[in-house]
Design a protein around this ligand. Structure first.
Ligand code: NAD
Ligand code: UPG
Length: 438
């Protein structure tokens, strides 16, 4: 099938590449000409495990192309995906200007039946708005269907999530569109996981409900962690204890330094805003956000307490900048909040991240120093702060850490190390929801 993907960011690039992988002819459209030139030259603009091989293979097979010209990109496509940004507007509601603007532009160009699929995360009622934007600009008699098809991929395992999805959600009441979407996703759901068809509004809400439910799990566990510290319990034991109950499940119960990334913070906020606009007081969501705001400061609060409120002249090593491992994405990364707080308190920071350094350097410049590797970051530091749980940081050489740090002090926002091991090594070790090792 001929497919166009408008917006070649994280989601667009993974969607386009993975759709080409099963034999579709895909053209990815992006207004960022520099990015398009880069992709045409065979360079991936993001780091995502497993994507590079598929990207090169499909370009070589002539199934994956790039353009900055919308008309050229969509003219032959049967299905047009919108994978455009929906950032929070000033009031927290999703900004639909990219999606509605592109829909209007597409309507001006199309001459035959097209299926316009919203892959971006958008509030309930957006399908109606996209339809209205298209009606305004489409030539009389031109037919199209507007479909909601939210994306559930996780950064770091995005290819796997797309190729073998737990489910594909499609919101449409147009029979022709339903058949085309079933045909398109057939190869991806044959492992037994379903395509769930529903109306557009339910589909739009499903995406926000999924992300908000997962964020709720995280905030709940972060509160349990805070309570653990007060009562002398261990959050990792509690996690294992409750996770063994299949009704609760083992996954997504890790306490830490708050959820970040490009999705949870903005999507929880947008759902709360949707509720507010409908005069519904979504109490749980407001608490989820409040807890997360507090949790972002937990690690720096621990640091401040240890140094009795005085961080002036202190130097800290940070392991991890990306919002989670296996990505170079630093959008809403906890590291950025921690760096801000440390610098504001008069400290200096040296950081290392396997993939996120360039993005942070572009944002912060020389406000911090960038180490060559994780050990290089430790030189002359008063303490080590662990911010992202990259595998590389899980089994370090503690002898080397001791040698390079000025003092044997570690603050761990990701609970990477065994408490007994830290006692044996003689470190001061402060983690999340566990006993302080002194
Ligand atoms: N990143 C994720 O893990 C993820 C997962 C699921 C859903 N989503 C949702 O998918 C949407 C896109 O997210 P993303 O992370 O891929 O965004 P992104 O910011 O990485 O990419 C958006 C791309 O759209 C391009 N663009 C902007 N305006 C354009 C236009 N008029 N025409 C063509 N291209 C244009 C930008 O240049 C950019 O390359 C958002 O709604 C997001 O919430 C993201
Ligand atoms: O037990 C956990 C799991 C995650 N996190 C944090 O939660 C955030 C989000 O993590 P994750 O969900 O793995 O990353 P994303 O790539 O942002 O993916 C989420 O957001 C995407 C965009 O909407 C969805 O498509 C995915 O299904 C959804 O998992 C990160 O800051 C994690 O550190 C925790 O603190 N504890």
């Amino acid at each position: 099938m001929k497919i166009a993907v408008v917006g070649t960011g994280y989601v667009g690039l993974v969607t386009g590449t993975c759709l080409a992988e099963t034999g579709n002819e895909v053209i990815c459209v992006d207004i960022n000409e520099k990015k398009v030139e880069m992709m045409k030259a065979g360079k991936l603009p993001i780091y995502e495990p497993g994507l590079e091989q598929l990207f090169h293979r499909n370009i070589a097979q002539d199934r994956l192309k790039f353009t900055s010209n919308l008309a050229e990109g969509i003219s032959e496509a049967k299905i047009i995906f919108l994978a455009l940004p929906t950032p929070p507007g000033g009031d927290g509601a999703a900004d639909l200007s990219y999606v509605l603007g592109a829909a209007g532009d597409i309507a001006k160009i199309i001459t035959d039946y097209k299926v316009i699929v919203t892959k971006s995360t958008v509030p309930v009622g957006t399908a109606d708005k996209v339809t209205a934007a298209m009606q305004q600009h489409a030539a009389p008699g031109v037919e199209y269907a507007v479909v909601s098809n939210p994306e559930f991929l996780r950064e770091g395992v995005a290819v796997e999530d797309f190729m073998k999805p737990d489910r594909v959600v499609v919101g449409t009441t147009d029979e022709r569109a339903r058949k085309l979407m079933a045909e398109l996703y057939g190869p991806y759901v044959r492992q037994g996981n379903p395509i769930i068809f529903m109306d557009e509004r339910s589909s739009e809400l499903t995406k926000y409900a999924a992300n908000s439910f997962l964020a709720t799990k995280i905030s709940f566990m972060n509160e349990i962690a805070n309570l653990c510290e007060l009562v002398g319990a261990d959050v990792d034991m509690v996690r294992r204890g409750i996770g063994a109950d299949e009704r609760i499940g083992r996954r997504f119960l890790f306490a830490g330094i708050g959820y970040g990334g490009s999705c949870f913070p903005k999507d929880v906020q947008a759902l709360a805003k949707s509720a507010e606009e409908n005069a519904y007081d979504f109490k749980i969501l407001n608490s989820v956000m409040e807890v997360n705001e507090i949790q972002k400061n937990v690690l720096t609060e621990k640091v401040k307490k240890y140094y009795k409120g005085d961080l002036k002249g202190k130097h800290f090593a940070l392991w991890g900048l990306a919002f989670k491992p296996e990505t170079d994405d630093i959008r809403e990364a906890p590291a950025l909040y921690i760096i801000d707080a440390l610098l504001e308190a008069g400290a200096t920071v040296s950081a290392f991240d396997p993939e996120g350094m360039n993005n942070v350097q572009a944002l912060l410049g020389d406000k911090i120093t960038y180490a060559q590797n994780q050990y290089d970051a430790l030189k002359d530091a008063d303490a080590l702060l662990i911010v992202t749980e990259w595998s590389l940081f899980r089994t370090p050489d503690f002898g080397k850490i001791e040698e390079l740090l000025k003092a044997k002090v570690i603050f761990d926002g990701r609970n990477l190390y065994d408490l007994d091991k830290m006692i044996d090594c003689g470190f001061y070790y402060n983690s999340i929801g566990r006993k302080e090792v002194k």
